[in-house]
Design a protein around this ligand. Structure first.
Ligand code: ADP
Length: 552
């Protein structure tokens, strides 16, 4: 049963709960003042109940009435009361029985009970009532002021008790929050620590903390895995003791720098292993002067060192080989120069005598004899051209090439004039688009390069169309690219590189005469002037040879 339904006085607030202030908030103090507590009146007589209610109305609390002991017990099961006014003489369950049942329940064993009894029965009842836990007696007829003030004391007491309970609860909650916070902080710290430790133990690199005397104080397991020494062995002696004697002075110097407050240093040195071998370690160390500690991060760089040594020795071998080849090359060049040079004299005499034979004795020779003599002449000519080219090539390889600023337009114009006969005979057209371009080159070599490229462009013309040749320039960042373009027979892509080598030819001398030295000369000349050469070509359509030289 809801005790609010039995309320005869007071407000409509549920018992035991104070209304909120107008702002919707209430301080604890306000709450204590505005709180209404419950008062239970138990009497079988409605008139007496009414009278009691009228008296207590002034206290402005929730008054709950019960017309029997049983009904009172029912209310007590559901509601908390500040005080119970209990009529002693009630039919059925009297006040004492009711009181003893109230006391038996833990929830109500301390609820104050004021017995209401008539004056004539008071004597023997008072002592029994106190033995049953009564806190006071009210004798009827009731004096309203006395009743009100007695009840008011318990109302106040109850309110105070509630207030204390509330404060205790608040305190408990505050403590609980603080405790939870501390707990969370502790858990976070622990987690961080665990992670850091994990980082330390799982690292594949060697991590350590050493003191300023070089003794390791803390090491991760990678040290033991790498060097074979146990943690205790590594801690037992100062670090430099483990370092290779050749690297020790450098390490000691590094340690001194760290002690003097240098920032992070890097050092590479060999560290002794348990089996007396050495491993290369790359150390990064940083001091922490306040604690006189050095934080070390070391990495096994043995493999890198081995590779470096291999590369070094390979480089040395390579250098030696290059030197040997250069020497051989110079010897070969000197050899071929002297051969070419020395061969020319007998060749000239062969050619001279063959010519003389034809001129002077030609009438006496029959057809075959004439043909043989002519073949000697043409072979000697070919060989002379070959020797000439070879001599040019080896001169180019050996000569000191002084570079100067060369005006490309002038060079190309002169070349076209020189070749005008050939151009006319072949019904060719040669254009130049090189206005105002200057390159840094050796003039003679550049002339030779341009001549070789333009002569080739005229020579390897397509049988079905007259040759059209264009010399153009293209400015690059720090160089000039000179293009010699033709509409000739073109070159298959797979041959584009090899034609720059000595004696590489794609055709027979009958189809296209030549020695196979011209393009080798072009590339060699370009390279010797700090440039390069190449070709782009489409078979049957034409070729675009290029030479790139530094801009003047
Ligand atoms: P040569 O002209 O004496 O044969 P080069 O070294 O100048 O020797 O040229 C090598 C080969 O490259 C030539 O035999 C020819 O097959 C090819 N070649 C050179 N220039 C051209 C060109 N403009 N068009 C097509 N083929 C060329």
């Amino acid at each position: 049963m809801n005790p609010g339904n039995n309320r005869l006085f007071g407000t409509t607030h549920p018992p035991g709960r104070a209304p909120l202030s107008r702002t919707g908030m209430s301080s604890d103090c306000d709450a204590a003042n505005e709180e209404k507590v419950n008062i239970l009146l138990v009497d079988d007589r409605p008139d007496k109940l009414l009278a009691l209610q009228a008296v207590l109305n002034d206290l402005n609390q929730n008054v709950v009435v019960a017309k029997s002991g049983k009904e009172a017990l029912r209310h007590l099961l559901q509601t908390e009361f500040a005080v119970i006014l209990l009529d002693v003489s009630m039919p059925g369950m009297d006040g004492f029985e009711t009181a003893s049942l109230i006391r038996k329940r833990p929830a109500t064993e301390h609820t104050p009970i004021i017995f209401v009894t008539s004056l004539n029965q008071s004597e023997n009842q008072v002592s029994r009532g106190y033995s049953l836990g009564a806190v006071d007696y009210i004798l009827s007829p009731i004096i309203p002021q006395v009743l009100r003030s007695k009840v008011a004391v318990f109302v106040e007491l109850h309110k105070r008790t509630n207030e204390i309970k509330r404060q205790a609860e608040r305190l408990r909650q505050l403590e609980e929050t603080a405790f939870k916070r501390q707990l969370t902080e502790a858990v976070d710290r622990l987690e961080m620590e665990t992670k850091r430790n994990r980082f330390f133990t799982l690292s594949l690199d060697m991590l350590a903390i050493a003191d300023f005397d070089g003794y390791m104080l803390q090491l991760n397991p990678t040290w033991e895995k790498t060097l074979g020494f146990s943690e205790d062995e590594l801690k037992s002696r100062p670090g430099p003791d483990f370092v290779h004697s050749e690297d020790r002075p450098a390490m000691i110097e590094q340690m001194e720098r760290l002690r003097d407050g240098a920032s992070t240093t890097y050092f590479e040195g060999r560290y002794r292993c348990k089996d007396n071998s050495f491993r290369w370690l790359g150390w990064t160390a940083a001091p922490f002067p306040a604690e006189r500690l050095i934080y070390i991060f070391a990495r096994d760089i043995t493999q890198r060192k081995i590779n470096e040594q291999k590369i070094e020795s390979l480089n040395a071998q390579l250098k030696q080989r290059v030197q040997e080849l250069t020497d051989i090359n110079s010897e070969l060049e000197a050899f071929s120069y002297s051969i070419s040079h020395d061969l020319r004299a007998p060749l000239r005499s062969m050619q001279g005598f063959a010519d003389a034979l034809l001129d002077e004795q030609g009438d006496q020779l029959d057809h075959t004899g004439k043909e043989y003599a002519q073949r000697i002449v043409s072979s000697a000519k070919y060989m002379d051209a070959l020797l000439n080219d070879l001599l040019d090539y080896s001169r180019l390889s050996r000569a000191e090439l002084e570079r100067e600023s060369v005006d490309l337009q002038t060079e190309v114009a002169e070349l076209i004039t020189q070749l005008s006969c050939d151009i006319q005979q072949r019904h060719a057209a040669v254009k130049a688009e090189v206005n105002g371009v200057k390159v840094s080159a050796h003039a003679g070599t550049l002339r030779q390069i341009l001549s070789n490229l333009v002569c080739n462009a005229l020579k390897f013309s397509h049988p079905e169309r007259p040759p059209i040749v264009c010399v153009r320039s293209e400015k690059r960042e720090r160089a000039v690219r000179i293009w010699v373009e033709d509409n000739g027979i073109g070159i298959a892509p797979e041959h584009c590189d090899r034609i720059f080598r000595l004696f590489e030819r794609l055709h027979t001398s009958q189809a296209y005469p030549g020695t196979g030295i011209g393009l080798a000369l072009v590339r060699k000349g370009a390279e010797r002037m700090g440039g390069s050469a190449g070709v782009e070509s489409v078979s049957e359509q034409g070729s675009r040879f290029w030479v790139e030289l530094p801009i003047a």
